[in-house]
Design a protein around this ligand. Structure first.
Ligand SMILES: *Cc1c(COP(=O)(O)O)cnc(C)c1O
Ligand code: SF4
Length: 321
């Protein structure tokens, strides 16, 4: 679904779209798979799933400190399609495409056209990884790496397997959440038959995403054997900025065998300011979770700061440990 007005009408809402919202969608198109749409509540303009994908005129407001490259990706570029910010792990931009367009996405202005398109384009990045024995983990990111067809993914994976010092491959993907049919048995067999340890980090922000076909897909992943499955969420105004929403998200993830990993403070991307939750509020929320959930169910509340050697913990006891 690529049309705001049709999306609204399908949900039983007035289909009128303001000129500002149309301009926002012209810059970063609306894109929502049907599976995700079917999990939205009809007739609710504040539905937390809808809010993540609906272009709004607020995106057109300029906000101080919000820019096109909020996390310093440009400076971290080491080879075409390869970013390194942290010791021991590198990130590959495998594609610019996603199955969904999240309005708060920190890479919504990323210059994807410069990333590799053909298999041969990966050679400089692979050469760099092969030449640096401190790199133990490769993160396939994007865009969304699971937008790649299985044969493309398997081909890249196979080349990584040949680099002897690599131990893990991590997928950063939202496809199991928004397009669960992508979790095929072919994909599971690629992940579970490799010499490289597979880690899958999905991206869900609300418990109501984790139902029906999505719940089944996450169970297939977490029960496939040997795959570590984590979730990262972004703290988003009007989506998950309550204790109840965060508690239910953690509970739903655990039920499906997924460990809450990170709760990200919003990256200050131009067009995303209306999603921002103050850090002081985020700290209150995480403190409240501490009183309600086992330690392993509490995500680390972090912020990405350009130039730092890791994601920066915001919660005090995470900082001290
Ligand atoms: C976020 C990120 C990682 C992963 O960080 P972890 O703390 O290991 O999850 C790796 N590389 C880049 C460039 C990143 O932005
Ligand atoms: S799936 Fe990830 S990369 Fe794609 S639009 Fe959403 S947040 Fe951005």
């Amino acid at each position: 679904m690529r049309d705001s007005s049709r999306l609204l009408k399908l949900l039983g809402l007035p289909g009128s779209v303001s000129a500002g919202a149309q301009a926002a969608a012209a810059e970063f198109p609306v894109l929502v798979p049907h599976s995700f749409l079917f999990r939205m509540r009809r007739g609710d303009p504040d539905d937390p799933l809808l809010r993540q994908v609906l272009a709004l005129e607020e995106e057109q407001l300029e906000s101080a400190g919000f820019g096109d490259d909020p996390v310093g990706d440009d400076l971290a570029r080491q080879a075409p399609g390869m970013l390194q910010k942290y010791r021991g792990r590198v990130l590959l931009i495998t594609t610019g495409a996603c199955a969904v367009h999240c309005r708060y996405c920190f890479r919504r202005h990323f210059p994807y056209s410069e990333a590799p398109h053909r298999p041969a384009d990966w050679q400089p990045a692979l050469d760099r990884i092969a030449a640096d024995p401190t790199i133990q983990e490769v993160i396939l990111s994007g865009g969304d790496p699971l937008v790649l067809a299985d044969d493309r993914l398997a081909a890249l994976w196979g080349r990584l397997e040949q680099i002897a010092h690599l131990r893990r491959v991590r997928l950063h993907t939202r496809l199991p959440i928004v397009l669960p049919a992508r979790v095929t048995s072919e994909l599971l067999s690629l992940l579970t038959t490799s010499r490289l340890q597979p880690v899958v980090v999905v991206h869900s922000n609300h418990a109501r995403e984790l139902v029906a076909d999505c719940a089944e897909a996450l169970l297939r992943l977490s029960r496939a054997g040997g795959i570590m499955v984590f979730n990262q969420a972004v703290l988003l105004q009007g989506v998950n900025d309550t204790v109840t929403a965060l508690e239910e998200l953690s509970e739903s993830l655990l039920r499906l065998g997924v460990i809450p990993y990170y709760l990200h403070q919003l990256d200050k991307v131009r067009g995303g300011a209306h999603f921002e939750v103050a850090v002081s509020r985020g700290l209150q929320l995480v403190e409240a979770l501490r009183g309600r959930l086992p330690g392993y169910a509490i995500p680390r509340y972090v912020q990405e700061v350009a130039g730092e050697s890791s994601k920066q913990p915001l919660f005090e006891s995470d900082r001290l440990s």
